[in-house]
Design a protein around this ligand. Structure first.
Ligand SMILES: [Fe+2]
Ligand SMILES: [Fe+2]
Length: 646
């Protein structure tokens, strides 16, 4: 039929029935306002005078807006369009007395108007669709360009392509080029709206024409299938129905589009399956697949091709970004190895501090109460924290190695000098004994010799014991532990004593320098050495400042800079307090101290058991050095347990 005519029951179209049939007009009786629908063919309504009340103005307006035309008939004696009938809705008006040919002419006018109106409506809808699609593409493009994680990006690409085309399912393949092997396609992702529970298994397929994705990848051309079970005779690919059979699915319409990079290399394939009449429809029964799945029209090919272009750029960017990250990660690890090779005693320290700090940050992130319940860390901030942790002690490369690894108060060569001196003095005492003994014999012969010798021997033994006391005192003082009361005074007395060297010159038992080291109150470092060790923080900061960090990582230098500061200003190097120390740094300080206490590989410090370490740290919290709330979360979150087991 070419036209449709609607009329109310009160109107009888019989007089013109033959003429209407000749013009291929389908006649339909309507009695409710809701039945006033415009068909795909030009549609007119004959509105006789009796039916005016049947169809309210709003129903007529909607009908006309959809492209319908109204032909109004007058009541007997009514010569003009009545005031109650809105003239703008009426295409033609015939008085009650009219001939059939007059009616047909008026109808023809109404159909012409309906046609023009429908065209206009279609054009408007089309234009609105295009605008919407363009908006969609722009929105998708923006979303794709800001996503850095490859997996999230792929999910986004596929779900957006499905939404754009009302596709029920879809898969995404990425091109791989293994070393020295031919290209292949990796099945990277699948989505299925109706069957979200279907498990996904990654696998690869050849980059050739044995599959749909392979065909699209090797030709670089889109592929559209109305029914995957009815393939054209001349194709090389086939469809494996085992998936459908296993999960009770029915793959029907398919649209596969290549994703090409800026060099026109196919980097992947986007495959959309089963376009539906409505996106939210769930397909379950065979009838659903038969009635609700439709073909992908040419417009969807254009749209998905545009999307695929954007997707390819986004994937390339994301891969580039990941490779830069890998590069930097590699560099950071090399830097950590460089520090730990210079100072093997702290092996693993940087990695453990990084892990524990991030672990504590995760605890803070989860915390539902306490001062930091509002604080959370984004994945980028976690990465920033990890880098700061890994590199916090990098400045140790600027500290002299002997100072870095100094375990005792005297450096080893210095101690061996004292040992040699002790041996020399000892040997001198023995020589004196022999010499005095010989002198006596020479002068007096054997008479009285035994008594003299016994006395001399006693004197020698006393001097040797005294010398050994000296050496033992040096060895004891050399330890970095605290000495018993009075030891320093005794050592001082020894240092004031002298012996004669080979040239007969008087020399002190201990030089001023040796005394300075041996009388260090605590630890193994003197003031100058301590400052040198402490300078590693500033070296770290200066080093990190030289790296052109990205915006997300820009706080790495400042986080690491404060790792030896204390909340009460007793730290170093800047002696800043409280709020001047960022929370990231406070967390790192806790992890750093904990690891320094519990590390078992420091020769100058015995490893402290975990409970004892936590007690020591609790004291520091009481003294206002460490953040109490963070320490509570550190103890409760037990991030250290996992790290120490690793
Ligand atoms: Fe440090
Ligand atoms: Fe450290």
């Amino acid at each position: 039929m070419k036209y449709r005519l609607l009329h109310a029951p009160s109107y009888d179209p019989t007089p013109i029935a033959a003429a209407l049939a000749a013009e291929r007009v389908e006649v339909r009786r309507v009695s409710m306002p809701g039945e006033l629908a415009v068909a795909t063919v030009p549609t007119a309504l004959i509105l006789d005078a009796e039916s005016r009340n049947r169809f309210p103005g709003s129903a007529l307006t909607a009908f006309v807006d959809q492209g319908g035309a109204v032909l109004a008939l007058g009541a007997p004696g009514e010569a003009d369009v009545p005031a109650a009938l809105p003239a703008e809705l009426v295409s033609a008006f015939l008085p009650a007395a009219h001939g059939p040919r007059q009616l047909l002419v008026a109808l023809r006018t109404a159909y012409r108007e309906s046609l023009a109106r429908a065209d206009g409506t279609r054009a408007r809808v089309e234009a609105a669709n295009r605008t919407r699609e363009l908006g969609e593409l722009t929105r998708i493009g923006m979303a794709l360009s800001t996503e850095r994680s490859l997996n999230t990006l792929l999910e986004l690409i596929l779900s957006q392509a499905r939404a754009l085309t009302d596709a029920d399912a879809g898969s995404l393949y990425l091109t791989e080029r293994p070393d020295d092997a031919p290209r292949q396609l990796r099945f990277k992702l699948a989505q299925n709206f109706s069957r979200p529970e279907i498990p996904f298994i990654e696998f690869t397929i050849p980059f050739d024409k044995t599959s749909i994705a392979g065909t699209v990848a090797s030709t670089g051309e889109p592929l559209v299938l109305d029914d995957a079970y009815q393939l054209p005779a001349d194709v090389e690919y086939s469809i494996n129905r085992s998936f459908d059979e296993k999960y009770g699915y029915r793959t029907k319409s398919i649209l596969a589009i290549p994703m090409s990079d800026h060099k026109d290399q196919v980097i992947g394939v986007l495959q959309l399956i089963n376009r539906k009449v409505a996106y939210q429809l769930r397909l379950s029964t065979p009838a659903d697949f038969a009635s609700s799945v439709v073909s992908f029209p040419p417009r969807t090919v254009e749209l998905v091709s545009a999307l695929a272009g954007q997707a390819a750029v986004a994937i390339e960017n994301s891969e580039l970004y990941e490779s830069i990250e890998r590069l930097f990660e590699g560099f950071v690890n090399a830097a950590v190895i460089a520090i730990e090779q210079r100072d093997p005693t702290t092996f693993g320290h940087s990695g453990r501090v990084a892990s524990m700090t991030v672990g504590l940050a995760q605890t803070v992130d989860r915390a539902g109460d306490g001062a930091y319940r509002q604080v959370s860390f984004s994945p980028q901030e976690m990465r920033e924290l990890r880098y700061a942790g890994l590199l916090h002690d990098f400045g140790k490369v600027g500290v002299r190695e002997q100072v870095l690894v100094k375990a005792k108060k005297l450096y080893a060569p210095d101690l061996s000098l004292v040992r040699q001196r002790h041996a020399f003095i000892r040997r001198t005492v023995e020589r004196d004994f022999e010499r005095q003994r010989a002198d006596f014999l020479e002068r007096n012969g054997r008479e009285g010799y035994d008594a003299f010798r016994a006395e001399l021997r006693a004197e020698q033994d006393r001097r040797l014991v005294d010398l050994d006391r000296f050496m033992n005192l040096v060895l004891d003082s050399n330890e970095p532990t605290l000495l018993p009361e009075g030891s320093f005074e005794e050592l001082m007395r020894f240092s004031e004593r002298t012996y004669d060297d080979l040239d007969g010159r008087s020399q002190p038992f201990l030089t001023d320098d040796e005394m300075r080291f041996l009388t260090i109150r605590k630890g193994s470092l003197d003031e100058q050495e301590r400052l040198e060790i402490e300078s590693h923080v500033s070296h770290t900061y200066q080093f990190l400042l030289k790296i052109p960090w990205t915006k997300e990582l820009q706080n790495v230098p400042s986080i690491a800079y404060g790792h030896h500061e204390k909340l009460n200003g007793r730290g170093y190097p800047r002696k800043v307090t409280g709020t001047q120390i960022p929370i990231q740094t406070r967390m790192m300080t806790i992890a750093d101290i904990f690891d320094a206490l519990t590390a078992s590989d420091r020769p100058y410090k015995r490893a402290v058991p975990v409970p004892r370490a936590l007690d020591i740290m609790a004291e520091e919290v009481k003294d206002g050095m460490l953040d109490a709330e963070l320490f509570r979360l550190f103890t409760e979150g037990k991030a250290f347990e996992k790290v120490r087991q690793e």
